[in-house]
Design a protein. Sequence first.
Length: 119
Amino acid sequence: MYRIEFSIWLASKTRWAQLTKVIECQTIPRIGEYMKFNNSEVGDYFSWEVSQITYHESGSIAVWTELLDNIDGRGYSFDTEAEFDEYYQSYLSEGWVSERGVGENKQYKVVSSGQVPPQ
């Protein structure tokens, strides 16, 4: 079994949050594959695309996923703040940790203004 620290992102048009959780897996997912995470409050029907895998010198493994439901690269997951809050709280109740808390979604402002986002 591998102990993997997963990172997921949620975003509304004005706010975003990164959540992390260490999960034991039988295999290490590959970039481009999808993960589903248990969520008893809102369901586990979302698939998260794996975008980055980092193997640390210490032996730990970190897996990042794409922003949830980022249709056409729009820069947000939820149309309403209430929906963002509901999902954010539901993942916290499932043991996910938000070390940085909730921040301002500056990426959506760039995308919606027509500017090219920084690489």
